[in-house]
Design a protein around this ligand. Sequence first.
Ligand code: MOS
Length: 750
Amino acid sequence: MPDTLQTPPGHVRLGSNSGQPMTRRDGIAKVTGTATYAADNRPDRLAHAVFASAGIARGRVVSLNVEAAKSHPGVIEVITPDNRPALHLDPDGKSHPFSWRIEALQDNTVRYAGQPIALVVAETLEAATEGARLLAPEYDTDPARIGFENGEAYDPPAVGIGGNPSFSKGDFDTGFSDSKHRIGASVDTPAQYHNAMEPHAIVAEWSGDHLTIDTPNQAIHLARGAFAGYFGIPPENVTLRSPFIGGGFGSKAILVGPQILAIMAARMLDRPVKLVLRRDQMFGPVQHRGATRQKLRIGTDGNGLIKALEHEATASTSSFDDFIEGAGNASLNMYASPAIVARHSAVRVDTGTPGPMRAPGEASGSAALEIAMDKAAEAVGMDPLEFRLRNYAETDPASGKPFSAKSLRECYELAAQKFGWSDRPLAPGQMRDENGMLVGWGMGSALFPAPMFAAQARATLRRDGTALVETSGADMGQGAWTALAQIAADGVGLPVDRIEFLSGTTDQPDAGVAGGSGHTASAGGALFEAGSNAVQKLADLATADPESPLFGAGNTGVEAREGRLFRADDKSRSESYADILERAGLETIDAMGSGGRDPANAEARAMFSHGAVFAEVKIDPDLFQILVSRLIGAFAAGRIINPHLAKSQLTGGMIWGIGFALHEESIHDLRSGRPLNADLAGYHVPVNADAPHVEALLVDEDDPYVNALGIKGVGEIGITGSVGAIANAVWHATGKRISSYPIHIDALLS
Ligand code: MOS
């Protein structure tokens, strides 16, 4: 097995800043209201845009009362398919795997309810809103196709972003028919909408051929390239600023939706234009998690060893673009089985196009897999944890490769112990609390891959003993800026309070995508390397200078700490960064870094974060209201840069798991195709009372292969495992297996 790990350069101690439970660097700005979100920008001569949304799900717009809108006081312009400016690229085209169809008022076709059909620009938001209302569209309406039964089925060429739609190893049919115990499980998951606190927003301003946009974005340089392409200008002519993002969850990672309309309007009118989506406008043009219909089969021998595992998933997508929730692939890397099959099919319905939503594929897939595992354990007559340990995968079941590191056993042990799992009665319906509530305990395993994206960073050491570090990272609330500054501080060998961290705009080097739970590893690796490279340059200066106490120490014979370089073999000989720079006549010294993953390791190892989640539910025996009274998870995700923020990410994911299991669901009217609950009163997410005890435990894990710093991700894994654990706890309380999420009271009444 190749072992080509790049160890960090010897002159840097990783850990003096990393590993500390620092609070968020941007916390005070946020709680005092000085953090500027995109919609907070008000450039001079700002005009306000509001788009009119289609009130039908399929058909054509046959008339718009543009005259009425235009004659409303304050309305400046109405943009429709008839007068919209041409774009340099086809807005329906796909130029790369991260490009999706955008909303640019291409033509009068309506493909889903809520689709932008015209843009009204006015002096005030109120005038634009009223102008949009006055458009009073008339339609030619075709019947809406909503739901798996009514859509058009097809075989998707890919799932997720470039994922394989089918996988097979071994002989499932033989393995299943030879099994002593055989179970099947059917699980539906609904469409879910991201609903970040901050709706999608943009302020666009042209200055000649230079475009400045303020818009929340998870992949700043990628978005810059896309916007530049649509307007036929070089990427350097676009400045994109996204310093604060009020939640993204994937919906702000890929450029879709109507943001481009504001840029078109700004160019047409030669004025800055602001467009902010209303909450109801979030339910359509800016992605969602597609609904799934999943079927699993598991066969085991008499000892509970899995012989065959099959996971079929049908996912919904739009009529005009493809994003398939890769739910079936959640079964590929978790449990050992000699035969594994995963297959996907898709159905086109008249909604907006789905997209990546926090743990896309893994969240919905593991929600079904963990129910199937629980049913299989029940069939064998084994404790669910014992059953999972029996089928523990020592190597990656899909690829057969060794894991870069896997500490799932430790996660099971720690979380089970903390939860008190050993007291669990095997049969359901055995426990009641002091108030007579039905009590149930369930569990699920958690898994998420550890991808990395190409990222770059710059580090500049200054003569005043501080450092400037730069990368265009995106902090959507996950604490990236804090953790990244900690890594950068270790890279340059300074305490973190002497680090100036610039991020969140295209002025900095490309930090890649804040997605896939890979941002800390990707941007952090680049920052660390940039810092190390800058220190290396400084070491080169000092060790070659006869006047330096470090003279002759050689490039690797020094250590950086607290703004000084020390001879590795004689710590009494040292010199400050400031003195080295001063003697060299330099104000600053800087270097770039790109981090990344060793390709040989990437080829040889399977790289995942792991975890285990245990749930307790309490259910009213008459009303069947469900409370998740305890949710305890343990996770192993390589090196933890900031335990405080990592726990926050993990508990956030687990709370999302409560929402997935019990609350989140968008309902479309089958006749009109319109969302019925397009607001936060009707679209439920958990609040404090729904999550009284959520606890994330961290398992130390040294992963020497995943990247030089040993960092995996913590952003999405908390959802996986949690959903199934809750469903399994509901069974343990009531004896009822559920077949669709969210778990409704009526599913338990029957
Ligand atoms: Mo995410 S769905 O990787 O932003």
